[in-house]
Write a protein that binds this ligand. Structure first.
Ligand SMILES: [Zn+2]
Length: 207
């Protein structure tokens, strides 16, 4: 059952030629609706993709804890680390597991809670106008080939439906406060995979 709390009255996306999208939900993703979302400001263009990394507990993969966190189902008692994030209400639009499996928690037409205090090219509150993609991983370490493949395919789908102009890391929109996806993320690989798109990259290695 999809949460109705952040269903916009009007679609902010433009018409797609494919049936891949329905009300901001990518049909090929695993859907797990989060209550941690809201409406985007009226008329706000969605033109930024923000790349993050997360794993729960940190460095442990495939636990299901990230999906639980993003849907307010995490048991705070299950691990000592969780005590430090107790009560945290966050979400991203997408989460890509180490296997490359793609999960979606919030309609891309709605505002997910992934960026926090942030700014990109003079515009504050990146959650208003961005799509957040979390990669399962640990800041500073590397990511799997299957994750790059999934991320590239996901960005292509997103860019086919929204007018994406920029792709940045959380570390670029909240410098000094956030450090993900970190030095282990290969921006060049992403740029090569998306070379056909008219998109600016914040990460190093821009072609
Ligand atoms: Zn982040």
């Amino acid at each position: 059952m999809r949460s109705m709390t952040c269903s916009p009255d009007t679609h902010t996306s433009f018409t797609s030629k494919t049936a891949q999208w329905q009300d901001g939900w990518l049909q090929s993703a695993q859907h797990l609706p989060s209550p941690n979302c809201g409406l985007r400001p009226a008329g706000m263009p969605i033109d930024l993709v923000v790349v993050h990394s997360i794993s729960l507990p940190p460095g442990e993969y495939g636990t299901g804890c990230v999906q639980q966190l993003f849907t307010n189902q995490l048991n705070w008692e299950a691990h000592p680390y969780f005590q430090g994030i107790r009560g945290l209400e966050v979400s991203a639009h997408f989460f890509i597991e180490r296997s490359g499996t793609v999960w979606q928690f919030v309609s891309c037409d709605a505002r997910a809670w992934h960026a926090g205090k942030s700014q990109w090219q003079g515009r504050e509150n990146c959650n208003d106008y961005s799509i957040g993609i979390e990669l399962e991983g640990l800041e500073g370490l590397g990511f799997e080939a299957s994750q790059y493949q999934a991320l590239i395919a996901l960005c292509q789908e997103v860019a086919a439906h929204y007018r994406i102009a920029h792709i940045a890391g959380h570390e670029h929109i909240a410098p000094g406060r956030k450090y993900d996806p970190g030095a282990g993320f290969d921006w060049v690989q992403l740029q090569r995979g998306l070379a056909a798109l008219p998109v600016q990259f914040a990460g190093q290695g821009k072609a």
